[in-house]
Design a protein around this ligand. Structure first.
Ligand code: FES
Length: 267
């Protein structure tokens, strides 16, 4: 059985849920059945001026229905084009791609930290952890309350949910590191999983390291081939340069050379 598939995916829904944030639901049964938490897909835009596929993390998948849901932010012409897609259009989808969130045997408590649209890849992980009986605490950050991606889903899925927003419209006003530092001072966790803007990931990984908490991060890079063939998505690690699409997107935070990557990051 192949590990990845190229599928003609049918658009089932494409809806805006915040001013520039959208949810795209696709019928892609082979990929929906194969996808694992943390993996991503690569989507063709179907436009001759934009031949590069777009890597997108998977927010939800439903093997029984054959569907996957992707969340995206409209930031340029490519994602603007995606926002115009209508029901029943067919788009070429490649996946599943990349590695998965590692869950060690015996893990009983987990901390999830998500920021912005980058919170999406934590959803399937939260479900998997709950299925395994792991007690999950989640911290979520966004600019405003309405930009707390899938807030209702995460509040319903995890045991404890805490948020911070830039404008104070929900939770603590300011950076997520403030409630995180307080939490780590009073509670122990077996493992942490982080996804979101790299500046946030850097600060959160540093706090986890101070508390000797094992921590995994999902990194984002612009991608060309998406399958490890072009070296277009490298990050600096303690073992040298690694491609996010082939070696990642998930890395042990202690292997990432954060200073080098922040300096060269493209998002
Ligand atoms: Fe080509 Fe990662 S995008 S190696």
């Amino acid at each position: 059985m192949p590990s990845k598939f190229l599928e003609d995916a049918q658009v089932l829904g494409n809806e805006r849920f915040a001013p520039d944030l959208w949810s795209l639901t696709l019928y892609a049964p082979r990929i929906a059945e194969a996808i694992a938490p943390g993996q991503f897909v690569s989507l063709a835009l179907g436009d001759s001026a934009r031949l590069l596929r777009r890597p997108l993390s998977v927010f939800q998948s439903d093997a029984a229905e054959g569907t996957i849901e992707l969340l995206y932010q409209v930031v340029g012409e490519g994602t603007g084009l995606m926002a115009s897609w209508q029901e029943d259009e067919i788009r070429s989808l490649l996946g599943p791609l990349g590695n998965t969130w590692p869950i060690a045997e015996g893990v009983q408590t987990a901390l999830l930290v998500g920021g912005g649209i980058g919170t999406a890849p934590l959803a399937l992980l939260a479900l998997e952890l709950r299925k395994r009986g792991v007690v999950v605490t989640m911290l979520q950050a966004a600019q405003t309350a309405e930009r707390l991606v899938a807030r209702g889903f995460f509040e319903d899925t995890v045991a404890a949910w805490i948020c911070a927003t830039d404008d104070g419209s929900a939770g603590t006003q300011g950076l997520i590191t403030t409630p995180l530092a307080e939490l780590l001072d009073r509670e122990d966790f077996d493992v942490a999983y982080i996804c979101g803007p790299e500046v946030m990931q850097t600060a959160v990984a540093a706090l986890c390291a101070q508390h000797a908490l094992r921590c995994y991060v999902s990194l984002e890079r612009r991608m060309a081939c998406g399958i490890g063939a072009c070296a277009g998505c490298v990050v600096t690690t303690t073992q040298g340069l690694k491609g996010v699409c082939a070696a990642g997107p998930i890395f042990d935070a202690k292997e990432v050379c954060w200073d080098d990557n922040i300096a060269s990051r493209v998002h």
